[in-house]
Design a protein around this ligand. Structure first.
Ligand code: SPV
Ligand code: MG
Length: 325
């Protein structure tokens, strides 16, 4: 299988518009892969929301790492981790890169805001832009740290989010590109793609551009393709879809005092077993588990009340180093 780092790098340079879809746990990561996507966006917003906390670095970076590792284990396509600001300064970024590589996470995106970050769609008074030079240092530190030549660092520019103009955005893009970024993510919260298209018309570097059209979603993808964008990220849609479904199902079950009304609208338990690959474990059990009755078989109790006499007593247990257990 092609390394995940190489898969992601190839997506950036495929020469056509590619798409990542958001996931926030092992199950949703699998769903993204099964749908046919070639890569996953591990969104800071949805990872934190799924943990029940805010997108303000309330989840620790190791908590994020644990989930992203599960996502990576569950799938064979590359994950681009939304690593917020890198969880600290250049030194924290270096450590993050080492940990991501150890856990087979092939790419990370860091944004030029200050820790703790705030989601780009929240009040801009709380948004603070990082010093461009300091942020470029983080990118350089990440690139100097990575062991795998194809590990990718995506540098995200938040200048438009803070109401700054095209010049500031372009200056930062050039600085981050010179620092070694493998791609630039230009973020905008307008409902039109105007800022993105203005940026693309001026961007002449051989450094791919990634966008997140959450607010300008009505723009057809061909527009981005023609403008030369490399990757579109659909950043939060599985979480939003599942939240709507769960709110509705929870409410119906509560109101009706029954699950009968929702039964036809939810996946079967069998489908969950399929997604967990339960069949593989059954096959492995045939291979690896001895077919014999357990040493300490407990007869099934005859009534619903537990039959305590059926459980082992101390004398039945095997002594360990001559001491009773
Ligand atoms: C995320 O998905 O966490 C992002 C994209 O960073 S946004 O929410 O648009 O900031
Ligand atoms: Mg984020």
């Amino acid at each position: 299988m092609t390394k995940k780092t190489t898969q992601f790098k190839r997506l950036l340079h495929s020469g056509k518009l590619e798409f990542l879809l958001e996931a926030h746990n092992g199950l949703t990561a699998k769903l993204v892969e099964e749908a046919g996507f070639k890569g996953i966006w591990a969104s800071g917003l949805t990872l934190s929301a799924a943990m029940g906390v805010r997108d303000s670095n309330e989840a620790s970076w190791t908590q994020v790492l644990e989930v992203v590792e599960l996502m990576s284990d569950a799938t064979s396509i590359p994950i681009l981790l939304d690593a917020d600001t890198g969880y600290g300064n250049f030194n924290n970024v270096r450590r993050l890169v080492r940990k991501l590589e150890q856990r087979n996470i092939p790419a990370m995106c860091i944004e030029d805001k200050v820790f703790p970050k705030t989601n780009s769609f929240l009040n801009e008074k709380h948004q603070l832009l990082a010093d461009a030079e300091e942020f470029a240092g983080k990118i350089k530190a990440a690139k100097d740290t990575q062991q795998d030549g194809d590990f990718c660092v995506v540098a995200r520019i938040e200048a438009f989010i803070l109401g700054l103009g095209l010049n500031e955005t372009l200056d930062r893009a050039h600085a981050y590109c010179s620092a070694g970024a493998d791609a630039i993510l230009v973020h905008s919260k307008l409902s039109s793609p105007d800022q993105i298209l203005a940026f693309m018309s001026q961007w002449k570097e051989n450094c791919p551009v990634v966008i997140v059209p959450t607010t300008y979603y009505q723009t057809p993808a061909e527009v981005f393709d023609r403008a030369g964008v490399s990757i579109v990220i659909w950043a939060n849609h599985l979480l939003r879809a599942s939240t709507a479904a769960m709110q509705s199902v929870a409410s119906i079950i509560y109101q009706t005092g029954s699950v009968a009304a929702v039964q036809e609208h939810i996946v079967s338990v069998k489908e969950i077993f399929r997604l967990q690959n339960a069949a593989e474990l059954e096959a492995a059990e045939l291979l690896y588990l001895p077919v014999q009755t357990p040493v300490l078989a407990c007869p099934a109790p005859s009534s619903s009340k537990p039959d305590v006499s059926a459980y082992p007593i101390a004398g039945d247990l095997i002594p360990l180093s001559s001491r009773p257990l």
